[in-house]
Design a protein around this ligand. Structure first.
Ligand SMILES: Nc1ncnc2c1ncn2[C@@H]1O[C@H](COP(=O)(O)OP(=O)(O)OP(=O)(O)O)[C@@H](O)[C@H]1O
Length: 319
C-alpha cells in the first residue's frame, strides 16, 4: 500500500474548499485511515510541499492527493515532476476542476476520496504527458493546457476579480469567466502571431489567442481541444484568429461542445515542440495560473507524471 499524503488548498473556490476538506477528514476518521495532510499557506506552496514529500520519502511509493482547484493540482504536479515514485491524485475543491473532467477523476469530492482509498489495481495508475513551458528563463509544467493572448488575459482578470468570490459564494463560480470575457472583449487588441510546430512555421494575423492542450477541457468545462489525448506524446494547438468580436462570442458558445473547430478562423495543429512569438508581448497562463508573457517555447514531456484515475475503469465499462 502506498503512503497517503494530502496537499490541501483551503482557499480554493474562495474558501469553500475548507468545507470539502472537513467532510473528507470526517470520513477518513470514521474509516481510521492513516494519512498526512499539509495545508498551502501561499501561492506556489503546493509545489514546494510536493517536492519535499518526494525527497523525504526516498523511493517509497506515495499517493499524493491534491485537494483544491486546477491551480492546486498544477502546483502539485510541478513539485511532483522528477519524483517518479510519487503518484498524483486529485479531489476537486475548486471552481473550474478541469483536471477531473480531463483525466476521468470523479467530480464529487466524496467519490474522488473513494477512488483514493480503495485497494488499487495497477491499471488505476496511469502515466500521462505534461507540457513544459519555457518563458522568461523559467520552466513551468502544465497538465491541462496553456494559453497566450485573450484567454490568459481573461484568466488573469478572473482570478483577480472580487466577482469570483461573490459568484463562488452563490455556487456559480464558473460564470466568472463568461462575465469577464464579455467585459474584456470590448477593448482587447488582437496581435499577429508566429508559430513554429516541430520545425514548421505558421503565421496568423489578428490572433485572439492560442492554446496548447494536453487534455480536452479548459476554463471550467469548455471542450477547447476535442481530439486531445493526455497520453499520445503530442500536444494539441488551437489558434483563434481574424475573427470579428460578435463572431468570437458565437465561437465561444460552440467551444462548450467542441463545435468551434469547424470555423475557418479556428486552426488546429498538433506537435511535440512549439514556439510562440507575438507582435507585442501578451499574457500567458499555465493551467489557468498567470505565467508571464510571450515569447515562449513548449515541449511535450512524455509520460512525465503518474496519476490515479478511473480512466481504465471507464474504458472497461464502455467496452
Ligand atoms: N494559503 C493561500 N493563500 C492564498 N492563496 C493560496 C493559498 N494556497 C494556495 N493559494 C493559491 O490559490 C490559487 C487558486 O487555487 P485553485 O486554482 O486551486 O482554486 P480555484 O481558483 O478556486 O479553482 P480553479 O482553478 O479550478 O478555478 C492558486 O493560485 C494557489 O497558488
Amino acid at each position: 500500500m502506498e503512503r497517503l499524503y494530502f496537499i490541501v488548498n483551503l482557499q480554493a473556490k474562495n474558501g469553500h474548499c475548507r468545507k470539502v476538506w472537513e467532510k473528507l477528514e470526517k470520513e477518513m476518521g470514521k474509516q481510521k485511515i492513516d494519512y498526512h495532510a499539509f495545508f498551502t499557506e501561499y501561492s506556489g506552496h503546493a509545489a514546494d510541499l510536493a517536492d519535499s514529500i518526494g525527497r523525504n520519502e526516498g523511493n517509497n511509493p506515495v499517493l499524493l492527493i491534491a485537494v483544491g482547484g486546477d491551480g492546486t493540482i498544477h502546483e502539485a504536479a510541478n513539485g511532483a515532476a522528477g519524483h517518479p515514485h510519487l503518484c498524483l491524485g486529485f479531489i476537486p475543491g475548486g471552481s473550474g476542476n478541469d483536471f477531473s473532467r480531463g483525466y476521468a477523476i470523479p467530480g464529487s469530492p466524496m467519490q474522488a476520496l473513494g477512488l483514493a482509498l480503495r485497494n488499487h489495481r495497477p491499471q488505476d495508475f496511469h502515466a500521462i504527458d505534461a507540457g513544459k513551458l519555457s518563458l522568461d528563463g523559467r520552466d513551468i509544467y502544465f497538465v491541462n493546457n496553456m494559453g497566450a493572448g485573450f484567454d490568459a488575459h481573461v484568466a488573469k482578470e478572473s482570478n483577480q476579480t472580487r466577482m469570483k468570490a461573490m459568484l463562488n459564494h452563490l455556487g456559480m463560480g464558473r460564470l466568472v469567466y463568461i462575465f469577464i470575457l464579455i467585459k474584456e472583449l470590448i477593448g482587447y487588441q488582437q496581435t499577429d502571431l508566429e508559430l513554429k510546430v516541430d520545425g514548421v512555421q505558421y503565421f496568423y494575423k489578428k490572433v485572439w489567442f492560442v492554446t496548447v492542450s494536453n487534455q480536452k477541457y479548459y476554463g471550467g468545462g469548455m471542450n477547447i481541444a476535442p481530439d486531445a489525448s493526455p497520453d499520445d506524446g503530442l500536444l494539441d494547438i488551437t489558434v483563434v484568429h481574424n475573427l470579428a468580436k460578435w463572431k468570437l462570442l458565437l465561437v465561444f458558445i460552440t467551444v462548450f461542445w467542441g463545435g468551434h473547430i469547424r470555423f475557418r478562423e479556428v486552426s488546429s495543429l498538433r506537435g511535440k515542440e512549439i514556439f510562440i512569438e507575438t507582435e507585442r508581448p501578451v499574457a500567458v497562463h499555465a493551467d489557468g495560473e498567470e505565467a508571464g508573457t510571450t515569447p515562449l517555447g513548449v515541449k511535450v514531456q512524455e509520460q512525465a507524471l503518474k496519476i490515479l484515475t478511473e480512466r481504465q475503469a471507464l474504458i472497461e465499462r464502455a467496452g
